[in-house]
Design a protein around this ligand. Structure first.
Ligand code: CU
Length: 326
């Protein structure tokens, strides 16, 4: 019977052992304190019980005692804090070369799109041993991406990207939950993450001729007319987008921001929110004109430009995106 009720979810990511160790440490320290308090309650109740011939006497404070019970817990709590912060920063900082998966949550499903173009609903396939970064947004209300076996949970919000990452260490199929009440079918907003051996993953990935996300984005970039202003030769009415990803951008109001995923997203939906220095706020908004999936594809395309230094030949995306004006 006990086998059917595991105390812990599977530990299937690089983060799992750290999180569990901290959790066990918290449990042990709290358990010991609880025990100590109960023992003292019983001990004092007996020791100072009302007896004939004994009178209560006034006890004045003890500095030594007060300092001891303040200083020792202080250091214990600092261990909780330091250890927790260390794990938090690890969870918050995706590694540079993580594979990216775009995620759109909606009432009541999870939609995933791999950079290679594979789309999945309520199922996410990943290989063992690869860092995976989830770039997530919601089509409607707040959801929360929760994979207990990976010990990660991240809110997914409409109107912006949030990020979570994991490094799967064990093959298997693990539960994926929405951990934020999001409407009547919230409890049904579940799925699974399938962690595969790399060769199985290659086979899975190879099936079906999918168009890479950046290529879809590149097509949209020209279909939506972005290409007429955002030209690669810096002569356009909008800033050239080659190489801007994750680079600082000087704005018209003097601020400098980083051209990260959220900046790109915002600049497509609310172009006047952050106008690049030297350009006019003439770009029309695409709010309500394109789906979250299309938005993701556009962002992926701009990012793919960022990985290729501008002017370099062989960069398939840049070469294809360059307008035929010369
Ligand atoms: Cu939800």
């Amino acid at each position: 019977m006990f086998q059917t009720m595991p105390l812990w979810p599977a530990r299937a990511s690089s983060m799992a052992n750290n999180v569990d160790a901290l959790y066990i440490f918290l449990l042990v320290v709290s358990g010991m304190m609880t025990l100590l308090i109960f023992i003292m309650v019983v001990f004092f109740a007996v020791r100072y019980r009302k007896r004939p011939g004994h009178h209560a006497e006034q006890i004045d404070g003890s500095h030594a005692l007060e300092i001891t019970w303040s200083v020792i817990p202080f250091f214990v709590f600092m261990v909780f804090f330091g250890w927790g912060a260390w794990i938090y920063f690890q969870e918050r900082k995706p590694p540079q070369n993580a594979a990216e998966v775009y995620t759109v949550a909606k009432q009541w499903m999870w939609k995933f799109e791999h950079m290679e173009g594979q789309r999945e609903i309520n199922e996410l396939h990943v290989p063992i041993g690869r860092d995976v970064k989830m770039i997530m947004t919601s089509q409607d209300v707040i959801h929360s991406f929760f994979v207990p076996a990976f010990r990660i949970k991240q809110d997914v919000l409409p109107g912006r990207y949030t990020v979570a990452w994991f490094h799967p260490t064990k093959a298997g199929t693990y539960h994926l939950y929405c951990a934020e009440y999001c409407g009547t079918q919230h409890s049904g907003m579940v799925g699974s993450v399938v962690v595969m051996e790399p060769k199985d993953y290659e086979a899975w990935m190879g099936g079906g001729g999918n168009q890479p996300l950046a290529v879809t984005g590149e097509r949209l970039f020209s279909e939506l007319g972005c290409i007429t202003c955002h030209r690669a030769d810096t002569q356009g009415r909008g800033p050239t987008l080659a190489g801007i990803y994750n680079k600082p951008v000087l704005l018209e109001d003097g601020r400098t921001v980083t051209a990260d995923d959220n900046y790109l997203r915002e600049s497509i939906l609310q172009p006047t929110a952050k106008v690049v220095n030297g350009f006019k706020p003439i770009m029309p908004t695409f709010q309500g004109q394109i789906s979250d999936e299309q938005l993701n594809a556009l962002v992926a395309y701009v990012k793919s430009l960022g990985q290729q230094p501008s002017g370099q030949t062989g960069g398939k995306s840049i070469a294809a995106a360059r307008p035929q004006t010369e």
